[in-house]
Structures are given as structure tokens and as C-alpha cells.
Design a protein around this ligand. Sequence first.
Ligand code: TTP
Ligand code: MG
Length: 607
Amino acid sequence: MDDRIMESSSSTFTDVASEHPKSIIHIDIDCFYAQVEMIRKPELRSQPLGIQQKNIVVTSNYEARKYGVKKCMLITDALKVCPNLKLVNGEDLHDYRTASNKIFAVLQTWKCPVEKLGMDENYIDVTNLVQERLKSINSGVTVAGHVFSEPSMDCPCGCHTRLKISSQVATEMRQKIYNELGFTTCAGIAHNKLLAKLICPFHKPNDQTTIYPEHGPLFMSTLQSVRSIPSIGSKTTEALISQKIITVSDLQKVSLDVLKKHFSSDMAVRLKNLSIGEDNTPVKQTGRPQSIGLEDSFKTVSVKSEVEERFAALLQRLLVLVREDGRIPVSLRVTLRKKDVKRLSSHRESRQCQVSPSIFTINNGTLTVTEAGQNKLMTIIMRLFNKLIDLTKPFHLTLVGLAFTKFQERMTGRSSIVNYLMNDISVQSVLNIQNDCDTSASSMDYSAASPSSSTTTDLSDAEVEPSPKKPKKVGLIAKRRCFSKEEVASPSKLRVGDLRLNSKELEKVSELRLNSRDRSLTPRASPAKDNLSDTSDTMKDVAEGGNCEDCPSYVDREVFNALPDEMQQELKAMWKNPSSSEVPRSSPRTSNRSKPNTLLKYFVPHK
Ligand code: TTP
Ligand code: MG
């Protein structure tokens, strides 16, 4: 082992008062898909069970593992080692995803940051919780579960006690997951994510292991391949192997200077730290995914009609995911993996474009896409496909992928202003604004100004057609929505802006004579319906410049006039008496005025 590293490691170990301040738990569900199936059908518990996806066993229960059935084994091989293997098809991920979300929800009840990793792993940063518990602990604390190795001495920073408390928290978490959902789990407890994850499977199934910081280098040196380190990917592994650095122990021994010749300085330092079990990456609270996508891989597809079939099947599954998510997509990405038969290589290409939110409608609070909407999405997909493939030449694909990459937020709480204005969403659907795959030319570019859309997507492959955000367009949208440029960043205001009908749109509604009203303007107990149903009157108000004599100057009259009467009264009352938050008792909506999404706050002047 590199003495220099050990030296620096042990010197900082003693010098710094709080060298290992964090307490991290990593929880991994045992044979996850198999447990979901066994919980669904308890009779499967006593048999060797394999979960099949295509010709592979993606996982198996521990009964099957006794026979040597391993993850990612070919079905034929699995049946050779275990002829009694019961196979369950696991290609529909719906129930696994649901179980995964429930486990995540249970872990969130501790009010600590929880980072979800894939479907069955979670990191929990229990640092603050442990600090709290420490306050009420007087005497010695014992560790729950296994320990990688007993410490030779106490760490002055006090991490041993904190990690022992963490191990007890881990037991509580695992117990709760088991009691409430029936899943057995493994846990790893350490002062960082790297060690917590790697120590987690040390005793499995249904057990837990704690590792103290001083044993990081020793434990890491037992890992055979540098690839076992989670943040070292295939490219870094290749680069290390080319330098004859194969095991983690090799990485510990190589000097930093040698590594710096092949990696950036930062990367070299990071690799050295990882090799001795040091990692300072934070547990990032998991939010909603930035993109929702699916991919289908296969040997080769070279016919357009087959590609279309595969996309159609993917789209069906993707729409289920989007419905579960609840947000309205505004951008769609198509990915292809092209095989170059001459060079025997393959590469991915993606292309994306905006999709009009009007493709998606909301029925009884559920996001839905009509058949026409689905056809429209298929047209967009195939248009993107045509841009990616030169159909005059033969092509060979080994993967097709679809992902919604940007979303409009949709709040669904009872007090949500979005719910109140739900009919407006439907009206957009009536207008059926032409979606154009040209990223620069969408007439209703919601995503350009949508707060959620400003997040970057998880594009890992070559983006042939990124969505540029043109400054002049932002200005235009801000104007259309009656908010100043500066206010574009305000999510709440934009959301109202997104939903309202401006005069042009009302004109279109009028032209259309609300032909589709029965379908799209679902009768709701909302005053918005009344307002919109009498389109010609509304139009008159707008044409005459509005009837808002009491409107302050900062209020857009068009917006005001598009609101239901009761809302207009609410607002007028507030403007008459700005010091009071009281609004007329007669309004049935006034009982909601103190709720966070009350309409009034959207009209407060922007300072
Ligand atoms: P893992 O946590 O790797 O495996 P596991 O939970 O089945 O078993 P263990 O007790 O060892 O933790 O993966 C979680 C799930 O992900 C697994 O149940 C099936 C799925 N999976 C795949 O779909 N493809 C794969 O290649 C692997 C490894 C897993
Ligand atoms: Mg697992």
C-alpha cells in the first residue's frame, strides 16, 4: 500500500477535529423484482424463482441463487443449473416502479435527504438526525448488525459513536420497510456514500454492515477490479487498465504523479481518494426525474415499418409513465443506435423537438392523450426518425428510444390555481395549436419560458438538435403572458400565464365556435366555464379595452377580463382596500384566499 497515502490519511485522521462528520446509510432491496413477485404471490417464496426479460434472468430469489442462478444469466444456462427454476416475466416494470416509489416514500418519513439510485437503492444522509439523537444519549452506544472490522482506537472526531447510532437508525428503517411493505433489505453504514454502498452487500440478504473510516483503505484493497468503484465507468476503467492498474490495490499503489500523466489533476486526486475509501459527494435529495424515457434494444432492424411498430409500442408504455408522473411534457426526444456494418461499430444519435402541451388533456385530474394525440405524437416521432436516417440508403438499428425531456409543472392540489383554470387547458386542446418539429418555430413555445423546462435534460448521447432558447422569443412570450421580461423567472406567474386565454386565443375559440366544447370543456363546478361559454361577450369586453375601471396600471386588462366574474370581484375588492387581505364574503372562493395558490397573489405588483 502507498505509504504516502496512508500517511496523509492517518495524519489528517488525527489532526482534524471533525474529520468524518457525515453519517450515510445505503439501503438495497434484496432480489428486488423477485421480492415484488413473491409478495404478490407468496407461494413463489418456497421455489427457486427467476425474473425473465427477453432471454435473460435479470434477477432471482435467494432460493434460486443456491443452485447457482445468477443475475443476467441466459435463461438456457439458468435452467441448466436449476431445472426447477420457476420463471416469471418481468418486462412490465410498472409494479416494480410502484414498489420502488413506496420504499422511497417510507424512507422520506425520517425527514433526512434521500437519494434514490435506480429502482432498489437509496442513500440516506442521517447526519442531522444522529446529531439530534446524540443529545439525548448518555452512556455507551452499541452497533446494530455487523461491523466490517472492530476499530483499533477511538476516532477523535466522534464518528464511531455517530456511526453506531446510524446503524440503529438503519435497523429502524429496514424494519419499517419490512413491516409496511414486506421487503427485506440490506444496509451499509459509513461516513460517506462510497463506503456505505460498497459495504452494503457484505452480509446479505436481510442484514446490515457498518464500516469505520479507518478501515476504508483496507476494505477498498479487497476489491478486485477498479470497476467495482461506483463512480469509475468503463472508459476510466479502460484507461486505468491500459496503465496496468487493474485492482483497487493497484490504484492505491500508483503515485499521484503517474496518474496525472493520464488524467486531469482533479480526476487523478479523485481516483486516489476513491481508492482509499474517501468520497465527499453529497446525498442529493431525489426530486422528480428530469426526463422520462424508455429504450428498446434488439439485434438489428433495417425496415422503416418495423421501426415504426417499435416506436408505437414504446410510446404506449411511455404514456403510462407520463400519466403516473402527472406533468405535461413539452419536449420529445428520439434516440437511435446505428450500427455501422462495415466498421462493426455502433453509435447513438438523438434528435428532439418541442411538443405542444395541447396534445395532452386532463380528464378528472388524470393526464390523458386521445387517439388523435397519439397519432400526432407518432407523426412527430417518425418525422424525427426521418431526420436521423437517410432513407435512400440502407440502415441498421440496434436500439430505439423515446423520452419526454421537458415538462410543464401541473399542480394538482385542491387549492391549485391550475385546477381552477383547468378548462383553459382544455381550450388549448380545442385550439389544437399546430405542433412543429422545428425547434425554432413553435407558435406556442411553452417550454421556452416554462420554469421546469429550464432544467437541463439528461442527454448523454450526441444531441443533433438541441433546443435553443432565443432571447427575443422569451421577450415575446413574456409579453403574450402579460408579464415583464424580468418576471419570466417567476414560476407561479408563468403558470397562470400559461393557462390563461389571451385575446387572440379567444378569437380563435370564437372562430371555432367551440365546436369541440362538449368534449373539451368538461362541465366543472368552476365559474371559468361560464365565462368561457359566453365567448362573444368576453370578446366584446376585450375589444373595448376591458371593463376594469378599478384596475391598477400594472394589471393587464386582457388577463383581467378573461377571468371569471367572481375572481374579478375578488381582485377589485383587494385593490380598493389594499391594506386588507379581506375579500367579499359573498364570493364562494374567498374561503380559499389564504391558501398559497390564491389568485390574488399573482396580481401583486412585481417589485
Ligand atoms: P440489484 O440490486 O442488482 O439486484 P437484486 O435486488 O435483484 O438482488 P440483490 O439481492 O443482490 O440486491 O438490481 C435490482 C433490480 O434491478 C433487480 O431485481 C432486477 C433489476 N436488474 C435489471 O433489470 N437488470 C440487471 O442487469 C440487473 C443487475 C438488475
Ligand atoms: Mg437489490
